[in-house]
Design a protein around this ligand. Sequence first.
Ligand code: ADP
Length: 304
Amino acid sequence: MDTMSNILVIGSLNADLVVRAPRFPAPGETISGEDLAIIPGGKGANQAVAAARQGAQVSMLGRVGSDSFGPTLTQNLQTNNVDTTHVYTDASATGTAIIVVDASGQNSIVLSPGANGKVTLADVDAFPFQEEKMLLLQLEIPLETVTHAASLARQNGLRVILNPAPARPIPDSLLADVDILIPNESELQLLSGQSVTDTDSAKAAAHILLEKGVKTVIVTLGANGALLVTDEKTTHVSTFKVDVVDTTAAGDAFISGLAAALLKGKSLEEAVHYGNASGALAATKFGAQPSLPTQNEVEQLLRR
Ligand code: ADP
């Protein structure tokens, strides 16, 4: 295979601490659950691993804590062929997600950002932009850092992809530096201030963001695939029918599948199709990073 150009991911690394229990405990109550599963997660690290499994050369920039989870998460990235030269160790705790899953499969999550909240503008400035073609950003690290990273990446000629998750308001100055914005329906609703209920309202909301300088908006629609919106046209791209087990990290798989396809020279529409395949496969397995598909798995589904 020819070497692909680099993807830089600036974002979060989390340890997902998952316990299945018969039901959620009431306030003040203690109940027993199954054995604890410690699963590597965090949107930044998920997208880095997903892109590497699609054959891209990936570097991750972020922070872990000075506890035992830090080296675990860093080594996990290395095992997945992600360069961790710019994953720094912070004095605080590693980011964690405390997740309880009940018998019906619903989950209840407390997120502790820890070291993810300490990724600074200086961390970004220390990155030696070289071969990178694309920057993947999400919103689990400080907004000032995300905004600065987008601006610096743009200056260095990288294509900037922002997944505005978890949903929070973002400044117009950040939107102006984004090439491809990938929100789900609720994130699109929050960013545009418009209610999103169907294709027409999603298109209208996406156009509000295009007017702020975003070049392309891709709205992920779960089992309905994705809507690709540019100034010129709007295209709905259906996804694949799969047996859904857990949609955790489906969005992350979608984004990295799309990014890897763009690096291979695919058109935006083809790349969305590739993203759908990657997202659909991630929904067929439990957990965040263990569910992220390989390039082979995605290509097999695309051939079907
Ligand atoms: P998020 O999980 O970030 O809210 P979505 O639910 O929109 O994002 O899912 C992201 C992508 O993953 C979708 O665009 C689709 O390609 C894929 N996907 C998610 N859920 C399903 C599903 N039930 N069946 C098939 N594909 C899915």
